[in-house]
Design a protein around this ligand. Structure first.
Ligand SMILES: [Ca+2]
Length: 179
């Protein structure tokens, strides 16, 4: 974890600014991923905002400009196979699909995202883009997936929102709750 600076911002590895309340989880564990081709085992290392997944013949390393706060592995879209769900911060609000009518992003400003990847045993790095959110204003302090595969986001302001896969992507269900 990176220590908070006095100004209320975290100073990132390349001098970028993240809000000071952002918590970058440190997590190292062996995970079992349910795929269409059977289960696959991976070593997951989340440290300093960088994610590494390794196993028999594969390695995934996250983009060095990202800060991944949390990595969840669960069946986000309810089809029986697991997805990799990243709660993360990256430069700019838009990722791979930048709307043409919006001015170019300010790449010095970090914004919060939920990125979802399929686990594809045919790819050397395994992760295949599934659903990559634009910047979200959730101010998520932490996230959690429940037994119904709903994603709960707990904000730094003490609010909880619940998100469920519907059709194409996560949709918010119910109203915001105080926690
Ligand atoms: Ca799935």
């Amino acid at each position: 974890m990176i220590g908070a600076a006095a100004a209320g911002f975290l100073c990132g590895r390349q001098g970028e600014m993240l809000p000071g309340w952002v918590t970058l989880q440190d997590n190292r564990q062996t995970v079992s991923i349910r795929t269409e081709d059977g289960n696959e085992t991976a070593e997951m290392i989340l440290s300093g905002g960088q994610l590494r997944l390794t196993g028999d013949g594969f390695t995934y390393e996250s983009d060095s400009t990202w800060y991944i706060a949390e990595c969840l592995i669960y069946d986000a879209d309810h089809d029986g196979a697991d997805e990799v769900v990243l709660h993360m911060w990256k430069p700019g609000s838009y990722g791979y699909f930048h709307p043409f009518w919006i001015e170019p992003d300010d790449q010095d400003v970090y914004s919060e995202h939920i990125f979802i990847y399929d686990w594809d045993t045919k790819q050397e790095h395994r992760l295949r883009k599934r659903w990559l959110s634009s910047g979200i204003p959730a101010k998520g302090k932490t996230v959690f997936a429940d037994e119904q595969n709903n994603l709960h986001i707990f904000s730094v302001n003490g609010k909880e929102t619940v998100w469920r896969w519907e059709g194409w992507g996560l949709k918010r269900v119910g109203s915001e709750k105080n926690v």
